[in-house]
Design a protein around this ligand. Structure first.
Ligand code: FAD
Ligand code: FES
Length: 296
């Protein structure tokens, strides 16, 4: 019998870490085979949806799945939070994109994740561990309720430092406190990988600068095509301009112009807020009428 191929990529599991952060495990054997630490995908959750970049937070070649960890911050991510349930399908999932992280010959490494950045730094921690390095994980969250994947990191890292802003778990303070603690204990750290909000990565780069520890950050500028054509994701790194989608997203944190990155991330704020407003209004109408509202 000639069976029609079902379009899209099935969500095979979902986990909600908090009110805003959730995990989707998606069936895509080809992508799971090809994925490397540091790479990302471009996702279209629905036919008329926006294309958004998301980091491959994990991949399982045997199960043929990739894992995405998503923070619902605006229209598209909130739509995904609402609609992407087990058994539903993402319309498009393109990748792996970006240059894989360079897991070199470092012997002792800091893997630092702040908030959502904890997810994308996990494949790097595992990659370093597999390469034989001594891995010190440093995870930062605003409070205990927002924590996730502590167990995965404990199973992978040789040491783990958890930091919370309010001291409800681990040490009280930002991940930069954790970095200072690790540097004071270990004088022989070769490398640091830091992933999280730009302001956090900037702080990490400053915390390692005087010790001369090579520091890699994963940049998240607004991306449009993801192929190096539109220039939307350009970032300043030292004296050069790079496109994060094809030259990165990993760059030398001591050379990145973080202020320029943060300025550029704000440029579409008014449009993004308007789209979120429309989304909220549609949700409100839907809950009143019980019917989906089609008005974008
Ligand atoms: C390489 C890369 C990897 C990323 N990985 C993850 C991830 O693993 N999990 C996750 O939750 N988020 C990730 N992001 C950010 C994610 O793409 C945005 O949060 C998402 O596009 C927001 O869309 P929205 O419509 O929900 O929100 P909007 O209201 O449209 O935007 C909210 C904020 O998200 C950022 N943003 C918006 N559109 C884009 C875009 N097209 N490209 C990049 N950033 C955008 C801007 O900072 C914006 O202010 C990544 C971004 C990049 C560049
Ligand atoms: S997203 Fe267009 S050049 Fe990178």
């Amino acid at each position: 019998m000639n069976q029609a191929r079902v379009a899209g990529y099935e969500v095979v599991s979902r986990q909600d870490f908090s009110d805003v952060t959730f995990l989707l495990e998606v069936q895509h054997p080809q992508l799971a085979r090809a994925a490397r630490p540091g790479q990302f995908v471009i996702v279209m959750a629905s036919e008329h949806g926006e294309r958004i970049p998301l980091t491959i937070a994990d991949y399982d070649r045997e199960r043929g799945t990739v894992t995405l960890v998503i923070q619902a911050v605006g229209k598209t991510t909130r739509e995904m939070q609402r609609d992407c349930r087990v058994g539903t399908r993402l319309v498009a999932l393109v990748g792996p994109m970006g240059v894989p992280s360079h897991i070199g010959k470092a012997r002792k490494v800091l893997c630092v994740g702040g908030g959502l950045g904890v997810a994308p730094v996990y494949p790097q921690a595992r990659g370093y561990k597999e390469s034989g390095a001594y891995v010190i994980g440093i995870l930062g969250f605003r409070n205990r309720d927002l924590m996730f994947w502590e167990d995965k990191f404990r199973a992978t890292c040789d040491e783990l430092i958890v930091c919370t802003d309010d001291g409800s778990a681990g040490i009280k303070g930002l991940v930069t406190e954790g970095i200072r603690l690790a540097i004071s204990k270990h004088r022989d750290i070769d490398e640091c990988v830091a992933i999280g909000p730009p302001v956090m990565m900037k702080g990490c780069a400053e915390a390692t600068r005087s010790s001369g520890i090579r520091t890699i950050v994963s940049l998240n500028p607004v991306m449009v095509d993801g192929t190096g054509m539109c220039g939307g994701c350009r970032v300043k790194v030292g004296e050069t301009v790079k496109f994060a989608c094809v030259d990165g997203p990993d760059f030398d944190g001591h050379l990145v112009d973080f202020d320029d990155l943060m300025f550029r991330l704000q440029r579409y704020r008014a449009t993004e807020l308007a789209a979120t407003e429309r989304f909220n209004e549609n949700c409100r109408m839907r809950s009143l009428t019980g019917q989906p509202v089609v008005a974008e």
